[in-house]
Design a protein around this ligand. Sequence first.
Ligand code: AMP
Length: 280
Amino acid sequence: MKIFQHKKTIMAYLERYTDKNIGLVPTMGALHDGHLSLVEQSVVENDLTVVSIFINPTQFDNNNDLEKYPKTFENDIAKLKSVSEHLIVFSPTTEEMYAKNITSQKFQFDGLESEMEGKHRLGHFDGVGTIVKRFFEIIKPDNAYFGEKDYQQLQIIKTLVKKLNIPVNIVGCPIKREENGLAMSSRNERLPKEIRHKAAVIYKTLKKAKEMFGTKSANEIKEWVNVYFDENPDFKLEYFEIANANTLKSIKQKTQNTKYRAFIAVYADDIRLIDNIALN
Ligand code: AMP
């Protein structure tokens, strides 16, 4: 395994392999099986796989969340080695990526940035766009892997590369879940054991919404979810939306031949959890 911290050295190293296919898996570390599933897919589909580990400060709208974000570098490397000894890891410092100017470029993603996560985490997608664009410039991957766990981010990255003509294929990967259905997330490590167990309600709610989607209106389903969480003292619902899977605009009425998804964000104490599901 090769581990790089500097742009110049990884770029010089990758120069030798211009005839090879490169897959990139961007992560913020604290790796779990969800991340590893992306890495495994990249290993199968590319000659070389680069995994970046970088906690990107500009995509956090909350300093407490940034400070408490788990950092488990040694453990991450061990997990990556268990997938393949031949991975290339890029784990730059904040200074390496931003020099002295820790700010984001401003983007417009056809309105995708104003929905859900964009509404509730101001500046989040400018931060994501800024760092992912820089990683694409440094690594120049043929394929880049993103989880459907962050479905809105996946749609935004697809829009980013189209708008900026970046020659990379964006691959969306399915959500990996814990045994109780909770979507795997680095933040799950911060949940007290009992709450982590109870957090199964998040995916249960999504599955119930999917079941209701056949017979109930979007508003009826939203109403049901709101009441359900009002009665649940362990979790605070931030939003539940039923949206067009492409535009991410929330809907009132279904139309034929359109794909829909349900999206949810909840707080357990100060820990924010998100999930989503395809409805049709
Ligand atoms: P993060 O480290 O949280 O920024 O995630 C890095 C990448 O892993 C993103 O593309 C995420 O969508 C993806 N990812 C995170 N959790 C999961 C999961 N449970 N299943 C699949 N992909 C995931």
